[in-house]
Design a protein around this ligand. Sequence first.
Ligand code: GLA
Length: 349
Amino acid sequence: MGITTKKFGKTYKGEEATLYILENKNGMKAVFSDFGAVLVQLWVPDRDGKLEDVVLGFDTLAEYEKNPTYFGSFIGRCGNRIAGAKFTINGQEYRVENNEKENCLHGGSVSYDKYMYEAETFVEEGAVSVEFSRLSPDMEQGFPGNLDITVTYTLTDENELAIEYLTVSDRDTIVNLTNHSYFNLAGHNSGSVLGQEGMIDADAFTATDKKMIPTGELTDVIGTPMDFRVRKPLSEGIESDYEAIRLGGGYDHNYALNVDGEDAQFVAELYDKKSGRLMEVYTDLPGVQIYSGNFLEAEVGKQGIVYRKRQGICFETQIYPDAINHENFPSPIVKKGQEYKTTTIYKFM
Ligand code: GLA
């Protein structure tokens, strides 16, 4: 158990990047980079104790500087989509970057995974952590307010990877932070993830238009291929002729979780029968974007492995997409001086 560091090279701007390697008493390992505060590797034991790296990613810093698919990415200031790349707070309209046709995706083309962070490490009884912090200046990506950001990744001896986000702004703003890791419990190099099984504790998802912008309606999952209340193979229904599945090109939807918003609670799981690896997801956020890697096409990753369509699945815990433009959605507005504090845990067994 402990934390070690390793040089990760220089960014194109000449900044020295470092990898932080967190290890628990079971040999589970999580590797993060201070460039981007990204999750680079996650080594998880199977039922026989054999470790496998269960997240898609790259070997080099230069690749993380591009990373168009957001492997392991820390996403902000506002994850997911903002319709028309504009919103209004306190009567003032703000325009952000339309990096996905007319809409803004993940804060713009330079998301929070493209900046350097200050790092600090902590070793406690049964838990090791790395804390990344940074000040996102007023109007960066077009969002108001100097935002003080701290992301803490903790690996516990219970095989939990906990992510805590803490921010404070000096102006009213919007904040919606997430992690975009693509999981494949058989290993990042094992081909399609569709043979694995998923479960999501949600009775509804946010319906969208063709451009993946929420209509404002919540659609009941009952009797549809979107229903994951009981664990089932990811392959089941992913090719079905159901409108939402067609629009998403597979699973790429925000599930409205059955949560009370208090402490992080169990909301979803992913299971790989062959290896016996099980991942449970806990969060205090109201939604999770389930994205089944539909846009992956022959992306060259770690060890030259070619990642193909649906080789990994993301569980992006979040406030609903385009929430700022929907009064009936939980609000992403964070007032001046108010703390935005949320926790998501990925727990492995
Ligand atoms: C999110 C979106 C997807 C896609 C990925 C990035 O998961 O919902 O539509 O844009 O990010 O490839």
